[in-house]
Design a binder for this molecule. Structure first.
Ligand code: SF4
Length: 290
């Protein structure tokens, strides 16, 4: 298992923090980071890839601070999978995959294409000659080229239609590689991640087993995500009711959107253990028992 851990990490751009005091482990069986746009999940993923240095706190890779790790070796262990638009439109598919390989290993390109369900003859095509699903498979083949132990997947299926999305998820679920999945869609984490962390306004608001979180959310935001995105192919959570309100600057950041807010919510809730998960909500027991 590739051990990556964020410990009390605050992240940002310039002097503006967008992720606040987050502690979480990338554990076995797949980990999901769930939240809407602006929740800080992609920023956290960039820090796990060593692309962003924490303003405070540490990212640990095994027992080493990620800042001190040999990045050449790290890149062989941990690979990102972004959306298919990341492919260079001028390069043929085979060259795109070969680029990720040492020269002596370039004969592996046909095997890698087959591993992701593509026929080797597609190697001569350019990205615009492929379907969206085929392009995403090429991106995955590139990431697998270095035989990573962990894939960091940022919304890997959001640009695809529902049928193609399901096929890509089957492919990812069948890979013998650990994964961190960043998504707004609870249905996708249910397929690929044993553990999930829900982020709102740069803070973890609920963490636990994905099946538990889906079956019985303990935070009103997790509940809203579950109701907004009931199945594969859903759009980001819709602005319903007070859902468009900005995070509150003081107290619970979710309180301007929360249907359960009470005066006590003007005091920021700390993460605490409730029913086998960690939740930052004064009324978690009420949400669980609703
Ligand atoms: S602490 Fe209050 S405002 Fe925040 S999520 Fe819980 S009930 Fe809603």
């Amino acid at each position: 298992m590739t051990s990556l851990r964020a410990e009390r990490v605050t992240l940002g751009y310039g002097r503006t923090a967008v992720v606040h005091d987050v502690t979480l482990d990338l554990t076995e069986g797949g980990v999901g980071l769930i939240g809407e746009s602006g929740s800080g999940k992609t920023t956290l993923a960039r820090a796990f890839l060593g692309l962003l240095t924490p303003m405070s706190g540490n990212i640990w890779y095994g027992t080493q601070d990620l800042k001190k790790v040999d990045m050449r070796k790290f890149r062989g262990d941990v690979q990102p999978v972004f959306q298919a638009e990341a492919l260079d439109p001028r390069m043929r598919v085979g060259s795109s995959v070969a680029e990720a390989l040492p020269r002596a290993d370039r004969h592996r390109v046909p095997d890698l294409l087959e591993q992701v369900g593509l026929t080797p003859d597609l190697a001569t095509r350019r990205p615009h000659q492929l379907s969206g699903g085929q392009r995403q498979r090429v991106v995955i083949a590139r990431a697998l080229a270095v035989r990573p132990r962990l894939l960091i997947l940022d919304e890997p299926t959001s640009a695809l239609d529902v049928t193609v999305q399901a096929k890509i998820l089957d492919l990812l679920a069948g890979l013998d590689t650990e994964r961190l999945l960043i998504t707004h869609n609870l249905a996708i984490v249910a397929r690929l991640c044993r553990t999930s962390h829900v982020l709102f306004a740069g803070r973890v608001v609920e963490s636990g087993g994905t099946a538990d979180l889906l079956a019985r959310p303990a935070h009103p935001y997790t509940l809203a995500l579950r109701e907004a995105v009931p199945k594969l192919g859903g759009e980001p959570p819709a602005a319903r009711g007070r859902a468009e309100a900005r995070p509150a600057g003081t107290g619970c950041p979710f309180r301007l959107r929360c249907p359960l807010a009470v005066p006590e919510c003007e005091r920021a809730p700390a993460l605490r253990e409730v029913a086998g998960r960690r939740v930052a909500c004064h009324r978690a027991e009420d949400v669980l028992n609703a």
